[in-house]
Design a protein around this ligand. Structure first.
Ligand code: HAM
Length: 423
């Protein structure tokens, strides 16, 4: 029979590595809370319409990468390829527009994209992200970028430079699109089919094409940042000023366009050399038209998402270790039925005072039990055999420094004991 394996592009996160995930997740949520963000949990799947209208139906994500299917009721459903569209849908549906602005939300999600699987690129991956709704000013852009920077700092990542660009608003984009089309048109027949399809519908997407022949044509294309309207120009100027006030290091990258359609004005990315060709660890930006696109009252928004797999790869490349979980505390080896009963009683008491402990449940020999305790790195062991039950005394052995201490089983003070071993 063929072996059952995980689907291509997915992976199990095993107990031995989970602490790394918990460490970055905890660091992120603590920082978000410091900045006033509250956690939101959204569905894993949405109506396909949410992503078509939100992410944009001329994007690679929607056209090529979405897991879309009809459910048993004949509805078109898609697994979320990202979090922003679902959070925006939830913002409108739950009337969050009436909450005091800005409404700050963060999330920890899995996302799904049918992509070519390679290093740092999976079909199921994890994002830590946040969205802030209700503020047009560049101050919140700077605050969000500073949160991202603080996150990297807390993790201990070095030489982190966030790249920023402005891709304007519908006003400047109209004129810009005309310029871009003029630049591309003479060579359009030499471009890929997708670029040809996008030429009329969404010419800005052409700049994001990964095909070499298309990249060669768009290499010298006019950049949006040089064609901003006065409001967008002012927004960018003020953003830079605010980042300087916050001492955030950044660089302007005229080539960032982002792969999703909802962005307006500020866009930013953090790219690393370590993750190979899939170097973008974090991407984000402003999306002032998204809520309106979904039929809500016009509300600006901005956010970002970090790919956790890529972040962990970067930490590993920079040799940054996540905080390891503590070794388990007490192992109670036991022999005979009375020893086993006493072990159960003590273990229940120890857990009540938050001491992690285990007893043998496998009927193993004393030697095998001690071997298990040492393999599992227990800090302390207690042996409860016939002799101990008879005398009412046992020894607690510190497995790290091999010292022993006698305890009276009838009056073992577990609270004192827990204090002693927890310090
Ligand atoms: P994105 O740039 O498409 O933006 O994805 C954000 C991050 O998710 C990427 O920088 C990358 O680290 C990770 N990522 C994306 N695809 C994959 C994949 N196939 N395998 C592993 N990691 C991946 C968004 O998703 C936007 N929703 C971000 C945002 C939030 N913009 C505003 N608010």
């Amino acid at each position: 029979m063929a072996k059952i394996t995980a689907p291509k592009g997915t992976r199990d996160i095993l107990p031995d590595e989970i602490y790394k995930w918990q460490y970055v997740e905890k660091t992120f949520s603590e920082l978000c809370e410091l900045f006033g963000y509250r956690e939101i949990r959204i569905p894993t799947f949405e109506s396909t319409e949410v992503f078509k209208r939100g992410v944009g139906d001329t994007t690679d994500v929607v056209q090529k990468e979405m897991y879309t299917f009809l459910d048993k009721g004949g509805r078109s459903i898609s697994l979320r390829p990202e979090g922003t569209a679902g959070v925006a849908r939830s913002f409108i549906e739950n009337g969050m527009g009436s909450l005091p602005a800005p409404v700050r939300l963060f999330y920890n999600i899995t996302a799904f994209r049918y992509e070519n699987v390679q290093k740092g690129r999976y079909r199921e991956f994890h994002q830590l992200g946040l969205e802030a709704f209700g503020s047009y000013g560049p101050e919140i852009d700077a605050e969000i970028i500073s949160l991202l920077s603080a996150f990297f700092e807390r993790l201990g990542l070095n030489s982190v430079k966030i790249r920023i660009n402005s891709i304007g608003c519908p006003v400047c984009r109209k004129d810009y699109n005309a310029k871009l089309k003029k630049h591309i048109e003479p060579n359009l027949t030499n471009m890929c089919k997708t670029c040809n399809d996008r030429f009329e519908k969404n010419p800005l997407r052409i700049i994001d094409c990964k095909e070499e022949k298309c990249k060669a044509i768009t290499k010298d294309a006019p950049a949006l940042i040089d064609n901003l309207c006065s409001d967008c120009e002012e927004h960018l100027k003020e953003l830079k000023k605010n980042l300087d006030i916050l001492s955030i290091s950044y660089e302007i990258d005229r080539n960032i366009v982002r792969g999703l359609d909802y962005y307006t004005r500020t866009v930013f990315e953090f790219v690393s050399d370590h993750v190979g060709t899939q170097g973008t660890i974090c991407g984000g930006g402003r999306y002032d038209g998204l809520i309106e696109e979904f039929g809500g009252t016009s509300t600006p928004g901005i956010g970002f998402a970090l790919g956790v797999e890529r972040l962990l790869m970067e930490m590993e490349a920079q040799q940054i270790a996540a905080i390891q979980p503590k070794d388990p505390m007490v192992y109670i080896a036991n022999l005979g039925s009375e020893g086993a009963d006493m072990a159960k009683k003590i273990s229940a008491k120890l857990r009540k005072v938050n001491v992690s402990c285990q007893v043998d449940l496998m009927g193993r020999s004393l030697k095998a039990q001690m071997k298990y305790a040492s393999k599992m790195n227990f800090n302390y062991t207690i042996v409860l055999g016939e002799e101990e039950i008879k005398t009412g005394k046992a020894k607690i052995r510190n497995m790290k420094n091999t010292t022993e201490k006698e305890i009276i089983l009838s009056d073992i003070d577990l609270l004192d004991f827990s204090k002693e071993i927890n310090t």
